[in-house]
Design a protein around this ligand. Structure first.
Ligand code: SF4
Length: 692
């Protein structure tokens, strides 16, 4: 029996754990004393590993390379040589005929690790010759990255997960940590025990609202108006830090003018919150000796999300809650390595280490390191995942190489996405399970899973942590970066790596932000937070020390703008708001957790639609009754779940169920900057299904 120290693959909390292995099988998980989790795990950490033992698989593990030579034909098992040769030929043909920009790639924010993401973006840029590479940050915290880069300089949490419990005020907006990051929720509880004031802004009475000192039960879709009213209050009541604003920020006068229409009294009806509550929340926030703002997808999955992130960062700037311990802004990243996928340049606008693709000097640096002609590097920002359905219909994208993503489950408006997949000439899926997207592939390249390989993840607070291989794979699968390297070589760009560390060191040499984060420094339980720019540095627990912002001028940028309504509001035909949320026992498209025996027993398909009993009774719907949920885009079956904590006029569904997938109902309304869809808001109706 042996115990392997690794990192949980299920959320950005980055909990360290030990996998106990006996006879080549994992028999249990134990919590390890990691920096973020302090010897604790949630249920996904304890029970989320047994898909690796093939105990109760609902969907088949991808166990050998498969090719489907004709659309609508059957998959045929082939050798690795043939799969690589065929894929390389098809990609080359499409590149020759339509140009490099006709090929789209994804990295993966899940169990594959930073090294693979580095290699994937290198493949897109050096081998195919395009910046068309993106990741699922696009549908979650893309607005946090864009909004924080614009206002403060870095698109990440400014503080540390460990800091949260020492803050004296937590302003939690659109973030249900009990379900999405249970171990972060523990820090919120500890902060409360240490005397922190907790302010929650959320339409539902979520777990954190139950322990909150103030719960602003806002209406769905009003975030910008609320944040503007917060800022208005801070200025009007003279609660802001004048010295700090004068020394470290820019744009105050324009900011103040932009806020003129957002007195708390003026937005009571729009937000559903009294002026008194708004004013009290800001009196508490501004008077705390240290205050932290935390948010999740209740902020970012709206058509006006980047603006709201900028507005939240501005509240921290107004009150001087940046640049020291126990304060800051915390967009808590969802998937375990979505921070890492962004760090590694799986973004259409940035190389690894957040270096712009539009900067000729940066392109020249990468071209030299990669041994290619800088003139052949794509100088333009590439496509985003969420733009692909439209670009396919316009004939601009012909091939899609998808690694560890399941857009046919996780993207908004699935009928639109399905139409694009039908029109694509060539789809390659590299994954571990036969997901809905894999079912539509022309080639399937089966990869090793978390547990079967090691590497480095970045957790939500910029902490690099090593995870290790625990067991040998049982199938004819290959490591993700090995597959990409074989493809690159077949396409005429010889690529080979001996191990993860060789890739990591190549990446470090090219990324000043990460240069000092060596494998040795991370060690077994280490957690090295970027920026870590020198070999002597131990990393950066909080950003902007000395209030030096990494914006072009070095100053924080204050920002407010006019509130915009969501794109589709309820009406007589579709009278309820649908908001998508998370299931505590499941993760992402559920391909991993849905194949774990213990986690399956928590809930069964079809999933639930949470509804206030008052709304349900008015519709003649009983608790646990099967219902149709319809929007203008689709119709799914679900099970009504009475829940007193749900606000009237809205229903909530998790996007993880295969039967009753709520993304059949959602709509796009992409944020104009981050291109993140508005999956938190669309109009639906519910109808009881009789004769059950
Ligand atoms: Fe920790 Fe998140 Fe894993 Fe739970 S799912 S054990 S909170 S990393």
């Amino acid at each position: 029996m042996k115990k392997i120290t690794t990192v949980c693959p299920y959320c950005g909390a980055g909990c360290k754990m030990k996998l106990v292995v006996d006879n080549g099988k994992i028999i249990r998980a134990e919590a390890a004393d990691g920096v973020t989790n302090q010897g604790e795990l949630c249920l996904k950490g304890y029970y989320g590993w047994d898909f690796l033992n093939d105990t109760k698989l609902l969907t088949p593990r991808l166990s050998q390379p498969l090719i489907r030579r004709e659309k609508g034909g059957k998959f045929e098992a082939v050798s690795w040589d043939e799969a690589i040769r065929y894929t390389a030929q098809r990609l080359q043909q499409i590149k020759d005929k339509h140009g490099a920009s006709a090929i789209m790639h994804t990295g993966s924010s899940r169990g594959t690790g930073n090294e693979t993401n580095y290699v994937m973006q290198k493949f897109a840029r050096a081998v195919i010759g395009t910046n068309n590479v993106d990741c699922c940050a696009r549908v979650c915290h893309g607005p946090s990255v864009a909004g924080l880069q614009a206002t403060l300089g870095n698109g990440a949490m400014s503080n540390s997960i460990g800091d949260i419990e020492n803050s004296k005020c937590l302003l939690v907006i659109g973030y249900n940590c009990a379900d999405s990051h249970p171990i972060v929720a523990r820090r919120v509880l500890k902060a409360k025990e240490k005397g922190a004031q907790i302010i929650v802004c959320d339409p539902r009475r979520i777990e954190t609202a139950r322990i909150a000192d103030q719960h602003l039960q806002i209406k769905n879709g009003c975030n910008m108006a609320l944040v503007n009213a917060f800022a208005y209050t801070l200025i009007e009541e003279n609660l802001y830090d004048r010295d700090y604003v004068a020394k470290y920020t820019e744009g105050f006068e324009a900011y103040r003018q932009q806020l003129a229409d957002y007195a708390p009294e003026a937005v009571e009806q729009l937000t559903g919150v009294s002026a008194q509550q708004i004013r009290q929340a800001m009196r508490t926030y501004a008077s705390a000796p240290s205050a932290t703002i935390m948010w999740g997808m209740g902020v970012t999955q709206f058509g006006q999300a980047v603006d709201v992130v900028k507005g939240l960062a501005s509240l921290a700037l107004l009150t001087g809650n940046l640049g020291r311990a126990n304060v800051g802004v915390g967009p808590v990243r969802g998937q375990n390595n979505v921070q890492g996928a962004c760090d590694m340049g799986v973004l259409p606008n940035e190389f690894p280490g957040y270096q712009a693709v539009t900067d000729a000097a940066v392109r020249a640096k990468f071209a030299t390191a990669w041994g290619i002609d800088a003139a052949k590097m794509d100088p333009n920002v590439g496509y985003r995942i969420t733009e692909i359905p439209h670009l396919v219909h316009e004939g601009k994208v012909k091939a899609y190489y998808i690694m560890g993503e399941d857009p046919l489950q996780t993207e908004a408006d699935l009928s639109l996405v399905r139409g694009a997949f039908e029109a694509l000439e060539f789809v390659v899926v590299q994954d571990i399970f036969m997901t809905k997207t894999a079912e539509q592939a022309d080639v399937i390249l089966p990869a090793t899973s978390w547990g079967e390989h090691g590497g480095v993840f970045s957790c939500a607070d910029r902490g690099f942590q090593r995870f290790e291989k625990a067991i040998e794979p049982q199938y004819n699968v290959k490591r993700d970066w090995d597959i990409i390297s074989l493809l690159a070589t077949e396409m005429g760009y010889p690529m080979h790596y001996d191990d993860n560390q060789q890739i990591w060191d190549e990446m470090r040499e090219l990324c000043p932000l990460f240069y000092g984060a060596t494998y040795e420094k991370m060690g077994e339980l280490g957690h090295v937070q970027w920026p870590c720019t020198t070999l002597e540095s131990q990393g950066t627990p909080y950003l902007y020390q000395g209030n030096q912002f990494t914006t072009p001028t070095g100053k924080g940028q204050l920002f407010a703008t006019t509130w915009r309504a969501p794109a589709e509001v309820p009406d007589a035909g579709y009278p309820l708001v649908l908001c998508t949320v998370r299931e505590v026992g499941h993760y992402s498209c559920r391909s991993m957790t849905g194949n774990c025996a213990a986690l399956q027993t928590l809930a069964d398909e079809p999933g639930f639609v949470q509804i206030n009993p008052q709304d349900a009774e008015a519709l003649g719907i009983a608790d646990q009754q099967l219902v149709w949920v319809s929007s203008r885009r689709g119709k799914v079956i679900s099970r009504a779940n009475y829940n007193e904590r749900i606000n009237l006029g809205a229903v909530y569904m998790t996007y993880q169920w295969w039967i009753g997938a709520c993304n059949e109902l959602t709509q796009e309304n992409l944020d104009p900057i981050s291109k993140t869809p508005e999956t938190k808001y669309c109009a639906v109706k519910l109808e009881a299904i009789a004769d059950q």
